[in-house]
Design a protein around this ligand. Structure first.
Ligand code: PRP
Length: 211
């Protein structure tokens, strides 16, 4: 039996029907149960339910051979994992956003730009690449308020429908990356459990392409 780390929350809602379509329906509803380990009806998978930001760690450490991770989280964590399949779900954009009026030019190299983000590493890397000095404040959620109240000039965050930005009077200033959920695999497991993982990959691929 392979263990698959699954992120709870928004991605799980979209991943559950895909997993079912691929032949790996769980024995009970993954969004309703309080259990953290749930087997599939077919007995070939065991689901491990964890916070989205923790999924790469469980896979990298081999506690789960495989898992579903958002590209946003993979970029932030920088885990050394194989990413053999884009599942095409949980599509969003990683952006630099802020108030519509430019308060602080992004190409001003003289003083650090202040940035609030749940993705501090992505934010640092983005501004470093541009050669813009920055101070990054790590927040755990409700990031938009950082730019609204002036904690930061900008935020680096994911945008899905754009509603949260709009309702808080913010706009996108730059796009950093297109993100979606990926099938992520532990490198050692790919060799040790090749046949099982190939079968899983092929079933998931069919479920993704059959849409
Ligand atoms: C995410 C993200 C944005 C929002 C974007 O937050 O950080 O705030 O969703 O989605 P939208 O473009 O569809 O409005 P989440 O809902 O995970 O809540 P959080 O702020 O508590 O992290």
């Amino acid at each position: 039996m392979l263990r698959m780390a699954l992120p709870t929350g928004r991605t799980l809602k979209q991943a559950a029907p895909l997993l079912e379509k691929a032949g790996y329906a769980p024995v009970e509803s993954l969004s309703e149960t309080r259990k953290l380990l749930v087997p599939s009806k077919c007995g070939r998978l065991e689901y491990l339910l964890v916070k989205p930001v923790d999924t790469p760690l469980y896979i990298e450490q081999g506690v789960a051979e495989v898992g579903i991770c958002g590209k946003d989280v993979l970029m932030e964590v920088g885990a050394d994992l194989l990413e053999p399949l884009d599942l095409g779900i949980s599509r969003c954009r990683m952006v630099v956003a802020g108030r519509p009026e430019i308060e602080r030019r992004l190409d001003n190299l003289l003083s650090p730009v202040r940035v609030a983000s749940k993705f501090p590493r992505v934010a640092q890397n983005h501004f470093r690449k541009k050669g813009t000095p920055c101070t990054v404040f790590k927040l755990s959620g409700s990031v938009e308020i950082g730019a609204v109240l002036g904690l930061s000039h900008y935020i680096v965050d994911i945008v899905e429908t754009g509603t949260t930005l709009k309702e808080n009077g913010l706009v996108v200033h730059e796009e950093i990356a297109e993100c979606s959920a990926r099938l992520a695999v532990n490198r050692a497991a790919w060799y040790a459990r090749l046949a099982e993982l190939r079968e899983l990959l092929s079933n998931l691929k069919q479920a993704v392409e059959g849409d």
